[in-house]
Write a new protein. Structure first.
Length: 418
């Protein structure tokens, strides 16, 4: 169990390390050449457009992984999953662009419009065909392709003088390249996109989305709250939180990817000693990174994003202490998903949202500062980790529950990088 888990995590973690360096190159150049304001708008627009991706997923990718592991035909699972996600994306992506314009105005809406093809690529991606076969090396390579293409495209755009919302095209290129790579590794036939799908196959997936779509929305709302609230306060706050959250998503991505790796490995596994061991490793690794980043926060920000970014150091020094907690959340979420207790994840994120909002406006008043958002972030993650870990520890004698467990089961999307 440990060997398989850490082999998969090592593959994904190694890919994430390479990807992190490549993305750092792009974001550092972006901040230096285009300014922190552009980085802030880009971070906000990525958070908005990712809502279309997560709602269209609705837990379907992890649901597909579990169904294949349980013996369903991979091609049938892929055809149904792709069809449902495509329809959802085509409806939701334009709607989110309009919402972005209504709430944040034209500057943000321009970035969102450029990013509209991104959720389409995610709907066509087939990570479940690789994950269910435990082809973690292939998933790792796809991750490198995503970040390498994004960084390369971004650097080219900057080099030729492109500025503003057009820079978002780099992310579109990266996600499409990763999606194509997954198809090539999985050797999936192109006919899956246009394959005939019966209503009987679609209905269970819609039930999955009706319940876990809400869970996915709650998760994404939670991880997007700092940048979303910052965008409503001021451009300066958006710049500060934009820099911090871009670095946060890079640092926290290994924990999220490790959580996804653990889903098929923990299916049917009720040995709490193994769960505790993996959770402890995740916690202490996150604690080590948090300590290092907190101590060298100003130097790190100035090195990566330029001298001006150093003003975000106090916010980063607090924000980063959620890293060991997200490690616990990722492992506990994977354990609960594997035991069909994913309803607890939705409830936990709903509670975390309430804690974040309460703490933000109690500490910062009607106009909170970036540091107030960071404190609220860590407080919410403390409650989230506590609830999920305690529920995981209580599964030994629990049969679990899931609204459509008889329809192939459901899952919850583990936090992805925005």
């Amino acid at each position: 169990m440990y060997a398989r888990a850490f082999k998969g995590i090592a593959s994904i973690g190694g890919a994430e390390a390479v990807g992190r360096l490549l993305t750092f190159a792009f974001t550092a150049m972006l901040a230096r050449e285009a300014g922190l304001e552009t980085l802030g708008y880009l971070s906000l627009s990525l958070a908005l457009i990712a809502l279309a991706t997560i709602v269209s997923d609705g837990g379907l990718n992890q649901d597909a992984t579990r169904r294949i592991v349980e013996g369903e035909l991979p091609d049938n699972v892929a055809a149904v999953t792709i069809r449902v996600q495509l329809v959802a994306v085509l409806i939701l992506a334009p709607l989110i662009a309009l919402i972005g314009y209504a709430i944040y105005g034209l500057p943000t809406a321009k970035y969102v419009v450029v990013l509209l093809p991104l959720p389409l690529s995610m709907a066509l991606a087939v990570p479940y065909l690789l994950d269910s076969r435990r082809r973690f090396a292939a998933l790792a390579i796809c991750r490198i392709v995503l970040t390498a293409t994004t960084a390369a495209a971004g650097l080219v755009l900057l080099a030729v003088g492109v500025r503003g919302h057009a820079l978002a095209l780099a992310y579109v290129c990266g996600y499409w390249a990763a999606s194509v790579s997954m198809w090539l590794f999985a050797r999936a036939p192109a006919r899956l996109v246009l394959a005939q799908v019966s209503q009987g196959d679609i209905r269970p997936r819609l039930r999955t989305m009706s319940r876990l779509g809400l869970a996915s929305i709650l998760l994404h709302v939670f991880v997007s709250l700092p940048i979303a609230i910052a965008g409503l306060i001021s451009v300066h706050t958006l710049e500060t939180v934009g820099v911090v959250t871009r670095l946060w998503f890079l640092l926290s991505a290994p924990a999220a990817m490790a959580g996804a790796v653990l889903i098929p490995l923990l299916a049917g596994e009720r040995d709490l000693a193994k769960f505790k061991g993996i959770a402890a490793v995740a916690f202490f690794l996150g604690l080590t990174v948090s300590l290092l980043v907190s101590v060298f926060s100003e130097d790190l920000l100035q090195l990566l994003f330029g001298y001006e970014a150093g003003q975000a150091a106090p916010t980063l020094a607090v924000f980063v202490w959620a890293l060991p907690l997200i490690g616990l959340v990722a492992v506990a979420s994977a354990y609960l998903i594997a035991h069909r207790l994913d309803g607890w994840i939705a409830a936990s994120y709903g509670l975390a949202i309430a804690i974040f909002l309460f703490t933000t406006f109690v500490l910062g008043g009607p106009v909170p500062k970036a540091l107030d958002l960071a404190r609220a972030w860590v407080s919410a993650y403390m409650i989230l980790a506590l609830v999920l870990v305690l529920r995981s520890l209580g599964t030994k004698n629990s049969k679990g529950w899931s609204d459509d467990s008889q329809a192939g089961g459901t899952t919850h999307a583990v936090q992805r990088e925005g």
